[in-house]
Design a protein around this ligand. Structure first.
Ligand SMILES: NC(=O)c1ccc[n+]([C@@H]2O[C@H](COP(=O)([O-])OP(=O)(O)OC[C@H]3O[C@@H](n4cnc5c(N)ncnc54)[C@H](OP(=O)(O)O)[C@@H]3O)[C@@H](O)[C@H]2O)c1
Length: 338
């Protein structure tokens, strides 16, 4: 085991896009766990849009990362030091950690990585741990899909969106995906079983929606917020549901942006609009694991990774999420799995 611990420190809260100098790469000693903590040798680091929220100090669902502290991130790796009775050294775990070679974490916050036959550890962590349950509970609990309904998903070629679309299809919905660019839109219908794809970068969402779903929209799984949300509000059917999963188009603008001008349609169309955070569903994760694993093993659930190699590249790589440069779940390989 080396004695060096490389890590990314939040040096400055980004103003707008993440810029050079907001995160600083440095090295220190390998930490020791305090009582009730473990130290995890990081093998995989997940990069997520929520990282941008944690860098800011806007009101959010978790405390922001403190300036000067290691950047928070979801990690998977092997416990190398334990000061907890419940997690032994050598255990392979996943949970919230830091962008570090060796991350300290409360033992109560990490979970053993379940061994699922036919699903590699990387997929269990990267696709099934939080991404899959986000798509699953958002769609099932809030979207409440019925056979024959029309489901529209934005951010549809991304990690959460691609799973939400395929799940909707498996449940008998007509599915329409919105993504940026030709390549991603080709993947929507070819790989992720969407019935229709809309390229918001070269097409007008409103016009294309009226062409491909003249019947209107029953469920909108929203990953982007902003103008797209406003446009789709006007296409919602009576008693439609909006799953407010994410708002990536406004994360760089330090807030929720302006209220949609179509907000009154929530009343007129009797819409249900509900935000959620996947952590609210922690007690039910096994349900999502089972359902998504079954679809995966039956060949009805495709997913893709966008792989980055080397912790030193995390600071640049996270920015790809906000430029549409990732073509799957963005993940960093930090070290070879033990
Ligand atoms: N509620 C929860 O508990 C929860 C949990 C996990 C994730 N989320 C949310 O789910 C959403 C998707 O997350 P993910 O991890 O699956 O990321 P992802 O979709 O794999 O990557 C982000 C994608 O967002 C799109 N995007 C970026 N800026 C945009 C903009 N200004 N307008 C429209 N699209 C834009 C890009 O795709 P294009 O190339 O298509 O533009 C980009 O590839 C995020 O909003 C995230 O915050 C919520």
């Amino acid at each position: 085991m080396t004695t060096e611990n490389r890590q990314w420190i939040l040096a400055r809260r980004p103003a707008g896009e993440i810029k050079d100098g907001d995160l600083v790469f440095g090295a220190g000693p390998i930490p020791n766990p305090a009582k009730g903590e473990v130290v995890v040798r990081t093998e995989w680091l997940s990069l997520d849009p929520t990282n941008r929220l944690w860098m800011s100090d806007i009101p959010q669902y978790m405390p922001p990362v403190a300036l000067g502290a290691p950047m928070r991130g979801l990690i998977c790796g092997t416990v190398v030091k334990s000061a907890s009775d419940s997690v032994a050294e050598g255990a392979v775990v996943m949970g919230p950690g830091t962008w570090s070679d060796y991350a300290r974490a409360p033992a109560a916050m990490v979970s053993p990585v379940p061994v699922i036959k036919g699903v590699p550890r990387k997929d269990v962590f990267g696709q099934l741990y939080l991404v899959g349950p986000t798509a699953y509970f958002g769609l099932i609990d809030i979207g409440a899909p019925k056979i024959g309904e029309t489901l529209v998903v934005s951010g549809a070629a991304g990690a959460v969106g691609s799973i939400a679309g395929q799940l909707g299809k498996a449940l008998g919905c007509k599915t329409v995906g919105i993504a940026g660019g030709k390549e991603k839109c080709a993947a929507l219908t070819r790989d992720y079983r969407f019935d229709h794809a809309i390229d918001y970068k070269s097409e007008t969402i409103e016009q294309r929606l009226r062409e491909v779903c003249p019947e209107g929209v029953d469920i909108y799984f929203d990953n982007v917020g902003g103008e797209t949300l406003n446009t789709i509000l006007a296409e919602m059917n009576l008693f439609g549901r909006i799953v407010q999963c994410g708002m990536i188009s406004v994360y760089d603008s330090e807030g929720a942006g302006a209220a949609p001008s179509n907000y009154p349609l929530i009343l007129m169309q009797r819409l249900k609009v509900q935000g959620f955070i996947v952590l609210d569903y922690a007690a039910r994760y096994p349900e999502a694991f089972r359902a998504l694993t079954k679809l995966r093993l039956e060949g009805k659930m495709n997913w893709r990774f966008h792989d980055i190699v080397g912790l030193e590249n995390a600071g640049n790589a996270v920015r790809m999420l906000f430029k549409g440069q990732n073509t799957g779940k963005l993940i960093v390989k930090v070290a070879e799995p033990a």
